[in-house]
Structures are given as structure tokens and as C-alpha cells.
Design a protein around this ligand. Structure first.
Ligand code: ADP
Length: 509
């Protein structure tokens, strides 16, 4: 592959990940071009970019999924590369191919690798051929109920019926009893057809007490592939990750090494280059199986960045430029512990209903070991058209205990008003004895949901106090000015903040 310098990148995405990519571009002296929908005019990614162009109405199909329009903007603005972020077109082989055919660099893997890994049935076959363990199940699409019944009797209930084109937990059904097979097959098929335009489904053994463990992969155009260790993503709701951490509290060094080798073999099987993730499901006996490969940057990539000490976006760009990986497997180490919490504009108490609306006030958590990747600001109206994730809170500590304490401190300091958020729920997760012990699995949220949703006496009060104290602060400031503080004479009296604290004798649990 010829080396080519990237000077200007179009970021085909929105929100926090668009800004995340642009930050690395800025550090590398690369200009960034944002695209946005009519609903996103005020989005911070539009302000952050060097240039920004509207590509259509709010619905994604007319804007962020409009391949031709995006490529047209890239060409007209003199970009030499396109970064797809995650979601939207990031795992769309046609888009990667069209970008290439337009003479631009796609900052990601080859269209062939996306195709082979994007179809889960094809990926399972590839992995079996490469000697990577896959979840016991079918290697062909299931076409009728009798066939399904025969296979399910072979591999034994419970099983998962999964969409071959699946993603985001869609088109997936857990089957416990034979009499559910017919309805589950029908439901999985129609959900898959609606979400992906492809109703092919397959059957997998349901792994009980499962852990979701994934390995970060990087490959270059010179045949080098390394893994950057694992992420434990078992705190999930409806098969979607909520909290991620690295290192996993559930791996031994031996299992980690074996999984890492299988992850590299999985990527090598499709001649992978770029950043990618090999997802495994692991039971509590440390038996692990390939689930799928995500051929893009993951939402949770920052925890790997922090513990391994790399900038994954910068490496993606350097790989796309044709540069070799700057390290070998034996150079990489895990240093300390990192945790990420996904912050959603949603109401956990109301069945996690999305809570779009206007952000009135936001206090971002700061301090040692805290990273906040977000895109909202006071006055910003969260559109209802897109994923309700508003930011990612990432902390690092020298060990897991310190990282948990730091996450609690950061969540405590994180204040958003105007919309409901998952912050109080995440605080409960960080305080839960099972999470603290570390031996949780993907059933954690469902099992302890009631406790995690409990509102402690102080919760509502503390929110109210935040508003009241802000108002008192305002009154204090007003008083200081009226008392002549602008002349250098500050009125000396006990702060109303202190008075308030004394009178309420507040204590958060
Ligand atoms: P998607 O691509 O839709 O995200 P995945 O195959 O990655 O689907 O699975 C998402 C989650 O569903 C996993 O992290 C795990 O919690 C659960 N899951 C998937 N397959 C199985 C299985 N065979 N046994 C147990 N849990 C599973």
C-alpha cells in the first residue's frame, strides 16, 4: 500500500464521537469537516469542526445515512479521508467501497472485512475455519420451524435465535421452552427484516451466567495485528452495554493470554487492518466463544486508551495513511484500571424512557483521572431523532478500588438539569456490593433492578439543593455587589451556602 498523508478529514457522524475524532485530528494538524442534519444545527460537533455542512433533514436516512451526499461534501471540501465514527455508516461495506472509489481514504477496514464480519453466519464459518471457538449452534440460516426444532433438540434449550445481520441487540430472542420456538422465530425474523432488511436468523446455545468480554484489535497494512487487551462489558440492559471496565475482574492471566491470541487469529482470518473489536461470551468456568466482530471504533474505546496509553483515533488515521503499527504485542501493557459509564438522557424510574429536551444547566465532573466525552451544553436541546446517549464518563485509577471510588466521586459532581439522566442509576451501580466484588455477569442489572432503582431519601433532596444553592449563590453575588464588593470592600459574613448546609445538616448516602 502506498503511503499517503491525510490533511483533511470528513467526519461522517454526530455528537460525542464526531468531536472525539476531531480532537485527534486537531492534535495531528488535520483539518476536520463536520456534516449535520437540520436537527443538529446547534450541535457542538458543528461548532468544533473547522468547517460544517448541512446534509439534510433530521431523519438519519435523509442525512447521516445519505452516502452520496456525504461523499459529495467530502470531495467538494477537498478532504482526503472519511472517518465514520461508530453507528450510522461505520459498518456499511458499500459506503467504504464508495469512499474508496471516489478517490478518498476510508479510515477503517477493507469493505471485504466489513462484509465478512458484518454477516454473523459468514463470520461464524470463518472463525471455525480459523480455529477460534464459536458458540455451539448453526452455521447456516434457519429457514423453517421443523429444522429449528431439530437443531434446538440437538444443542438443548435454552438457545438464542439471532439475526445474521444483527446489531444493537435487535432480532435476538431467548428461547426457554419448545412451545416458544415458533413465535420467537417469527418475532426475530420480522424484527431483523425491519431493522436490517434481511431476515436470515441462526441459532446459538444460550450461555448461562455469561460475561461479555471483548478484545481491542489493531492491524496495519503490513500484516501486523496486535490486541490491546480486554474490556469487560457485562453491565448490560436489554443486551446493550451500560458500564464497561478494563482489566476485566473476571480473567486470569492465562485466560487473558489465550483469548488475546484467539482475538488476533480472528482478525487475521479476514486480513484485518484498522481498529476493531472481537467480542466473546464467556461462562463462569472461563469457557469463551466468539460472538461477533465490530469492524469500527467502539463507544467504550476510551477505557482501553487510558489503560494501554494510546490514542486509538490517531492510530486509525496513521494506519489509514499506510504507516506500520508503532509497537509490537510484547511492548503493550495494562496500566491501572479504567471504567466508563454511558450517560443517557433517559428516566430509569420510568422504564428508561428517553428524555429528550433542553439542557438547562450542566456541571461537568473534573479532577484527577476523569475524562468526559460529551457534546451537550446549557441551552442545547437534545433531538429526539438519535440515540439518547449524551456523554461518556471515563475514570482511571491505579487499581479497581480507586477507579470505583473515582467514578463515584465524578458521578456525584456531575449535575444536569432540564432532562432526566441515568446518573443516579449509575451511582447505585457503583455502590452495589456485587459490582464492587467484580464477579457480576450480564444478568446483573435485571437481577438487582429494584435495588438499583431505589430512590434514597437524599436523592431528590440533593437535586433540589443543587438548584437552591445555585440561587443562594446568585443572591450572595448580588449582595456582594450591593455591599460594595466592586469597590474592593467585601462584606464579611458567613456564606449562605454554609448557613444552608448547617440548617439542613445534609449528608448524601
Ligand atoms: P448485537 O450485535 O445485536 O449487539 P451480540 O451478538 O453482540 O448482539 O450480543 C449482545 C449481547 O447479547 C451479548 O453481550 C450478551 O449479553 C447477549 N448474548 C448474545 N449471545 C448470547 C449467547 N449465546 N448466550 C448468552 N448471551 C448472549
Amino acid at each position: 500500500m502506498q503511503k499517503s498523508m491525510i490533511r483533511k478529514v470528513l467526519v461522517a457522524n454526530r455528537g460525542e464521537i464526531a468531536i472525539r475524532v476531531m480532537r485527534s485530528c486537531r492534535e495531528m494538524n488535520i483539518r476536520s469537516v463536520a456534516v449535520f442534519s437540520e436537527a443538529d444545527r446547534a450541535s457542538y460537533h458543528v461548532r468544533y469542526a473547522d468547517e460544517a455542512y448541512c446534509i439534510g433533514p433530521a431523519p438519519s436516512v435523509q442525512s447521516y445515512l445519505n452516502k452520496e451526499k456525504i461523499i459529495q461534501v467530502a470531495l467538494e471540501t477537498g478532504c482526503d479521508a472519511v472517518h465514520p465514527g461508530y453507528g450510522f455508516l461505520s459498518e456499511n461495506a458499500d459506503f467504504a467501497r464508495m469512499v474508496k472509489e471516489a478517490g478518498l481514504i476510508f479510515i477503517g477496514p477493507s469493505p471485504e472485512a466489513i462484509e465478512q464480519m458484518g454477516d454473523k453466519i459468514t463470520a461464524r464459518k470463518r472463525m471455525i475455519a480459523a480455529g477460534v471457538p464459536v458458540v455451539p449452534g448453526t452455521t447456516e440460516a434457519i429457514t423453517n420451524d421443523e429444522e429449528a426444532l431439530r437443531i434446538i433438540r440437538q444443542i438443548e434449550l435454552p438457545v438464542m435465535i439471532k439475526a445474521s445481520a444483527g446489531g444493537g441487540g435487535k432480532g435476538m430472542r431467548l428461547v426457554h421452552h419448545e412451545n416458544e420456538i415458533e413465535s420467537s422465530l417469527r418475532a426475530a425474523r420480522s424484527e431483523a427484516k425491519a431493522a436490517f432488511g434481511d431476515d436470515a436468523v441462526y441459532i446459538e446455545k444460550y450461555i448461562s451466567s455469561p460475561h461479555h468480554i471483548e478484545f481491542q484489535i489493531l492491524g496495519d497494512h503490513h500484516g501486523n495485528i496486535v490486541h490491546l487487551f480486554e474490556r469487560e462489558c457485562s453491565v448490560q440492559r436489554r443486551h446493550q452495554k451500560v458500564v464497561e471496565e478494563t482489566p476485566s475482574p473476571n480473567l486470569t492471566p492465562e485466560v487473558r493470554e489465550a483469548m488475546g491470541k484467539h482475538a488476533v487469529a480472528a482478525a487475521a482470518a479476514v486480513n484485518y487492518f484498522g481498529a476493531g473489536t472481537i467480542e466473546f461470551i464467556m461462562d463462569d468456568q472461563h469457557n469463551y466463544y466468539f460472538l461477533e466482530m465490530n469492524t469500527r471504533l467502539q463507544v467504550e474505546h476510551p477505557i482501553t486508551e487510558r489503560v494501554v496509553g494510546v490514542d486509538l483515533v490517531k492510530l486509525q488515521i496513521q494506519i489509514a495513511e499506510g504507516k506500520p503499527l508503532p509497537f509490537r504485542q510484547e511492548d503493550l501493557r495494562q496500566n491501572g484500571h479504567a471504567i466508563e459509564c454511558r450517560i443517557y438522557a433517559e428516566d430509569p424510574a420510568n422504564n428508561f424512557m428517553p428524555s429528550p429536551g433542553k439542557i438547562k444547566h450542566i456541571t461537568e465532573p473534573l479532577g484527577l483521572g476523569v475524562r468526559h466525552d460529551g457534546y451537550v451544553y446549557p441551552g442545547y436541546e437534545i433531538p429526539m431523532y438519535y440515540d439518547p446517549m449524551i456523554s461518556k464518563l471515563i475514570v482511571w485509577g491505579t487499581n479497581r478500588e480507586e477507579a470505583i471510588a473515582r467514578m463515584r466521586r465524578a458521578l456525584y459532581a456531575y449535575k444536569i438539569s432540564g432532562v432526566s439522566t441515568s446518573i443516579p442509576f449509575l451511582e447505585k451501580v457503583m455502590q452495589h456490593p456485587v459490582f464492587i466484588k467484580g464477579n457480576y455477569n450480564t444478568h446483573f442489572i435485571d437481577t438487582y433492578l429494584k435495588e438499583l432503582l431505589e430512590v434514597s431519601e437524599c436523592d431528590g433532596l440533593c437535586e433540589d439543593v443543587a438548584v437552591i444553592t445555585a440561587f443562594i449563590h446568585y443572591l450572595d453575588e448580588l449582595g456582594r455587589v450591593q455591599n460594595g464588593a466592586h469597590d474592593g470592600k467585601v462584606a464579611i459574613r458567613e456564606s449562605r451556602w454554609k448557613q444552608m448546609g448547617k440548617s439542613l445538616n445534609l449528608r448524601r448516602n
